[in-house]
Design a binder for this molecule. Structure first.
Ligand code: ADP
Ligand code: ZN
Ligand code: ZN
Length: 820
């Protein structure tokens, strides 16, 4: 009898054992997907981890595998090894990794939504089951797997859905509420009524007195070759308007007259061009030197850190290395911290690498993600994959290089849900499994990486000058406490110096960036009489006032309510606003400079990728002259005409209760400052603070990374923090605060008895309750030199022991290894 250990997309056990039916005995192999039954009437796609003939020792009858989905594995061997590393290092289950790793198109569940492709035409005979699934839609566009089962009477349609998906007949999406929105573009065609030339002629007669419409229609006919069927072409609204120099009002009139017809068309995202359109830029002498040093380091070290100031041309150096690795026939992974900044770079890379470039992230449709997956799985060609952290899980054949840009960014760490992995650190492990080199790049490296370079674990290469004649910006701190005391800055957020610089820049037609790391209008609304502050009803945090929507919102759970009119504590009606966010900055700028074109870039205005891209593009093109934003501004954007950057309040960055606050404040301020400066002229940064003597302010002013590092390292070693100690946080949550307190104390106690003073807590975090769950944390500080495996074993043993206490079931428990 043969058995298969399979991974289910569940956070319970690492694997589950199923019996392999005799007819599948040869076909079920590791890396294949199978359908199995688990729990109440639920079917899942599972991944085969191991095949063996050890009878499981349970009281239950071992269930049989229901169906096999793949003739060949959909994972390459090293991938499962990588999954196992993530699950063991980050203390989570293989099922968690599986969920994060596979695009949802490859992991059908009973609740998966299936959408029919109406344009589908079979190129070969459909099997009867496939036909009956398609028939089951009978007009409906979207059904769940369970609905399909009911309608077809088939016991399990998932294998059928999988084969239909492979044919392109259906598309699946994980959850209805997060359904993928296809990228569409408006296209224009001629109403069929006017296809004959004599009928069309009448139209032109009618348009005699509507010159603009006539011009547009002529433009359309030229572009589309509608009257010459052999040359006919589809015409998008965008190109039509550009070609005929028309406005969309004119087009609307023609649409209203039903002469032209608009239709939406899905446009693919994988539109990389076929060949290289551009050759690589020659490197500057500094870049050349850095490039040679990296080569030298890679001879003896696996990882190299490139510390290059903003605009030094790190990307040019990466591109050179990528090109070489591709020419050797090996693959490259180019990681970015966020989807948002892939846009600027995608265009740049597509011009260089053509169809060798694959872009992968979660905003792509399922079919496209599966397409990229399969491309990597079935072909051995050298590709460069540009992606965010989830692209670590793609089926690479042979990585030769991993580039991690903006390596200091916190968004490389996944917060929720598990696996809570750090993509930078995991990528280094992945590279090791492939025998690939890793290049980390940043203008403000993380202290962790720089420490590794200092101790010789990584190599270090510096690029200290900006490309071209571009100068470093001048950073000027302004003491706003003093200005307030002297009543010079009373009711305003802007110091006179900042106003003066903005005016000057506006007069010179230059651009301005204002940075405030808080969205909303004012963070707090406070009772003027008794100081009462409205709080979220689900979380222990104060609500933020948003003026535009006129409401109070919780930034943790999204809870929203109308502003309070009467103080529930003292019954008074007077409220005042405390602190300020980007919305407030915008309001004040509008009143100071009413004619200036302004845009705001924060979580509220850039909710979608499209909105984000528009804001950035408008600023790049100079349509917007002044951009106000949160940390979204700091993310590796490259603008050419910014002469002034204003950091409105440095204090809120520095006074954060976290051991990384100063490192982070330094990084943010230096990165934002880096947006200032142009080819021919030095930029200015106005740094407003009420603590001008704070060491961090001095360090930012001098862009003195090394002294910042020294200062931080001495604090970190004194207080037992990374990079000297490894942190593991046990996060415990429950609706019942008393059960939580009791169980977390016991948990900490048991850990202490084995790990001693390395265990701290349970502590109540600054935010004690989120989404109606109370929170406690137990903090483990483990010497960096200590072996981690025994610690993990202790944690696992204690966890199992705790599960013996019935109240423990009222707790949600997870681990956060190397938290950020
Ligand atoms: P970084 O990533 O270090 O901030 P970038 O690679 O974005 O810097 O380079 C900054 C700007 O300088 C970009 O507009 C880039 O096109 C230009 N640049 C840098 N190096 C070169 C080069 N060798 N040849 C041409 N342009 C370059
Ligand atoms: Zn009050
Ligand atoms: Zn809340």
């Amino acid at each position: 009898m043969k058995y298969a250990d399979v991974i289910l997309p569940l956070p319970l056990e690492n694997s589950y054992t199923y019996r392999i039916p005799d007819d599948l005995a040869k076909a079920v192999i590791p890396g294949c997907r199978v359908i199995v039954h688990f729990g109440k009437k639920r079917y899942y796609t599972a991944i085969v981890l191991e095949v063996h003939n050890r009878q499981p020792s349970t009281d239950y009858e071992t269930k049989e595998i229901y169906a096999l989905l793949d003739a060949t594995p959909i994972l390459r061997r090293p991938q499962l090894r990588f999954w196992q590393w993530i699950s063991s290092y980050y203390l989570c289950k293989l099922g968690d990794v599986y969920k994060a790793a596979l695009p949802s198109g490859l992991k059908l569940e009973s609740e998966t939504a299936v959408t029919i492709n109406e344009d589908f035409e079979a190129d070969s005979q459909l099997r009867p089951n496939e036909q009956s699934v398609l028939d089951a839609f009978s007009g409906a566009l979207k059904l769940t797997v369970s609905q399909l089962e009911k309608k077809t009477g088939l016991r399990n349609v998932m294998p059928v859905v999988a084969s239909l998906m492979a044919r392109g007949a259906v598309e699946v999406s994980e959850e209805l509420k997060r359904g993928f929105v296809a990228k569409t573009q408006t296209y224009i065609r001629l109403n069929e009524r006017y296809l004959q030339e004599d009928v069309l002629k009448k139209v032109f007669d009618e348009l005699k007195r509507a010159k603009k419409q006539e011009i547009l229609l002529i433009g359309f006919l030229e572009l589309s070759h509608t009257l010459n069927p052999s040359l006919i072409q589809e015409v998008s609204k965008k190109e039509l308007l550009e070609y005929s120099h028309s406005s969309s009002n004119v087009l609307d009139s023609l649409l209203k007259r039903e002469i032209l017809v608009a239709y939406e068309k899905e446009v693919g995202r994988l539109q990389a061009s076929v060949c290289r359109l551009q050759s690589l830029n020659p490197l500057s002498s500094h870049q050349e030197k850095a490039y040679n040093e990296i080569h030298e380091i890679f001879k003896s070290k696996e990882v190299c850190l490139l510390h290059g100031v903003t605009s030094s041309g790190k990307t040019e150096v990466y591109v050179r290395l990528i090109d070489e690795v591709l020419k050797l026939g090996r693959q490259v992974l180019y990681l970015l911290p966020e989807i948002a900044i892939t846009t600027q770079l995608t265009e740049r890379l597509a011009r260089l690498f053509g169809n060798k470039l694959l872009v992968y992230h979660s905003k792509f449709s399922d079919n496209e993600r599966v397409e990229i997956w399969n491309k990597l799985l079935h072909s051995n060609e050298p590709f460069v994959v540009l992606g965010v952290r989830s692209s670590l899980f793609l089926p690479f054949k042979d990585l030769g290089l991993v580039v991690i840009d903006e390596e200091h960014e916190n968004t490389y760490k996944q917060q929720d849900p598990a696996p809570r992995y750090h993509a930078r650190n995991a990528a280094i492990v992945l590279a090791g499994m492939h025998g690939a080199k890793t290049l980390l790049g940043s203008a403000t490296p993380s202290i962790d990486s720089y420490f590794n370079a200092n101790t010789g674990k990584y190599g270090l290469v510096e690029l200290k000058v900006r490309y071209g004649q571009c100068l470093e910006p001048e950073i000027i701190p302004v003491n706003i406490k003093e200005l307030r005391r002297k009543k010079i800055m009373k009711e305003t957020l802007f110091s006179p110096l900042l106003i003066e610089k903005i005016e000057l820049a506006l007069a010179n037609k230059e651009q301005i960036i204002l940075f405030q790391n808080r969205r909303g209008f004012a963070p707090l609304m406070e009772c003027a009489t008794c100081g009462w502050i409205p709080h979220c009803k689900n979380c222990d945090v104060s609500l933020t006032y948003h003026k535009q929507q006129n409401n109070l919102t919780c930034h943790y759970c999204g809870y929203t309510q109308r502003p309070v009119q009467v103080c529930p504590q003292c019954q008074e009606t007077g409220f005042k606003m405390m602190g300020f966010g980007t919305e407030k900055v915008e309001e004040e700028i509008v009143s100071l400079f009413p004619s200036v074109k302004i845009e705001r870039l924060d979580f509220d205005t850039a909710r979608t990728r499209k909105a984000y891209e528009r804001i950035i593009a408008d600023f790049e093109k100079g349509k917007t002259q002044l951009l106000i934003g949160t940390q979204m501004l700091s993310k590796g954007l490259d603008f050419g005409n910014v002469s002034v950057v204003g950091i409105l309040n440095a204090d809120s960055l520095m006074n954060f209760p976290d051991f990384r606050a100063h490192e982070r404040a330094f990084q943010l301020m230096v990165q934002v400052s880096g947006r200032a400066g142009r080819r021919d002229k030095q930029g200015t940064v106005i740094l407003q603070t009420s603590q001008p003597d704070h060491p961090i302010i001095q360090l930012v002013q001098d862009v003195d990374y090394k002294n910042m590092l020294q200062l931080q390292l001495s604090e970190r070693s004194m207080f037992r923090y990374p990079p000297y100690f490894r942190l593991i946080v046990v996060v415990l949550r429950s609706r019942s605060e008393s059960v939580l307190q009791e169980m977390s104390t016991l948990f900490a106690h048991k850990l202490q008895s084995q790990l001693g003073e390395r265990v701290l807590g349970p502590v109540t975090p600054p935010v004690t309750r989120i989404q109606t769950l109370y929170i406690r944390k137990i903090l483990l500080k483990i010497e960096i030199a200590a072996a981690i495996a025994p610690v993990r074993e202790i944690i696992e043993t204690v966890h199992t022991e705790m599960q013996g206490y019935p109240p423990f079931k009222q707790l949600l428990v997870h681990y956060d290894v190397d938290p950020v």
